[in-house]
Design a protein around this ligand. Sequence first.
Ligand SMILES: [Zn+2]
Length: 315
Amino acid sequence: MKINSDYPINKIVEIEFSEILKDYNILVTKKIKKEYNKEFLVDSDPNTCRFCGKSYPEVKFENEAHTIPEFMGNKNLFSKFECDTCNNSYFSLFENEMANYMLSHNTMSGTKSKNNKIPKYKLKGQPQIINGPEKILISKVPDSALKEASDGSLSIEIKIPSYIPEFIYRCLVKIGISLVPEKNIAVYKDTISWLMNLEIEQNLKPFMLFSMYPFDLQTSEIICTILELKDECTKNFPHSIFFLSYNNFAFQIHIPYSLKEKIGMNLNVIPFAFPMTLDLSKNFEGMRTNNIIDLSSKERIRNEIVTYTIIGDRN
Ligand SMILES: [Zn+2]
């Protein structure tokens, strides 16, 4: 593999990437930047929804359905095969939960959402965060939310809005399914049945690898990749893995109910950490944090706290 770049390449990551590709094929990979032209994903039958299977005029296709949620900064990629009903009344439920989960992170990272604006973080009784043109303004911080470490760094504890973990998983699976090329979609027909029915339980435990880089490192691109296990691979790995990164965040899950899954095996659903763009630079080695998060609960999580460490100017 040859990588061209203007910074020193992290050779370890290059080797790890080659190792992943011994077991997996890349089914699809997509890079989105805000300066790119708008792109519309289409199926051969333009009047049928890929998800609910209904056709026009029973369902309409008038919305510009974002393939990747707008709160992740997507202004370019849209799905023509997602009907207005699925878009407005169903998938929005999942996206809202993930937007809640990411709200304070998106504010801190300066990810632009609707109307090209960075969301403000404003929750009752919580510090306020506004990401302005020159600095991040954190106000109304109660003393109890501040912690000073022995090295002098200051950390601030913030309560994030409530969210349903299982809906975050569904939000990510839906993005993945939207990116599967039409000729490969048959393998995921049970995935779509599961996605459209909240009563069907997962066939594998839904874990998410959630990765972050410090907020001062930014990429202005969104990257999505779907990997499929090679037929000849006998390892205890899931058939289909979906990776998404935007700005300084990355998410990695397995896509459930692939028809090629080795059902009955206790699979290792996170067999590797797929490289992020920032990983490729040797300059940022060791700065990525990884957390494996169990998304199986359908119970709403309230009062979850995230901690940010502030380095530098405290004005
Ligand atoms: Zn639909």
